[in-house]
Design a protein around this ligand. Sequence first.
Ligand SMILES: [Fe+2]
Ligand SMILES: [Fe+2]
Length: 196
Amino acid sequence: MDFNTSQTKENLARIFAGECQDGARYQFIAKCATSQGLSYLADTMKMLAKHEMAHAGVIYDFLLKYGGGKMENIEISAGYPFEDYHLESSFKSCSGAELSQAKNIYPHFAKIAIDEGFKDIASSLKLISDVEYMHSQVLLEMAQKYNAKKLYKSAEAKNWMCSNCGHRHILKEAWKTCPLCSYPQGYVAVSFESLQ
Ligand SMILES: [Fe+2]
Ligand SMILES: [Fe+2]
């Protein structure tokens, strides 16, 4: 099928816009976490933002490849939510959006790409879906631990690590101030099962 008249062309443009937005939103949330002293959470959000920009890059490359190195302006319309950032609600709402990308939107777009004969695009969309599912789970864990005030508490003693200096110690609750580098608790690495 001719790419220029395909639905896949428009779908890629939508995905590109969505991925860029996710990348921006996660950087805004990272700023919000930093302002609360939660440096490790901020770093994790910056990592997710980096993934989103990499996804945007993969999609951009497909548009260039099928557009012969250049693509005319693609008109799309979509809803773009603008919410204030509050960690109590932002992790959860982002997790929901990621889950919908992973389980509904991208698999649907991948199926259309297969039907239209763009197998390489479909394969990449499936791989991106897997990453978005992982994001949805990390963000869900963040929401649960942050909202329950359990980022730095564990039922069982566990090995905590300062992300600044690498100091480690087995405790039920992470230190308030690192005994080695004096950095605050927000630098202690939070272990996310979905990132293992
Ligand atoms: Fe993404
Ligand atoms: Fe994502």
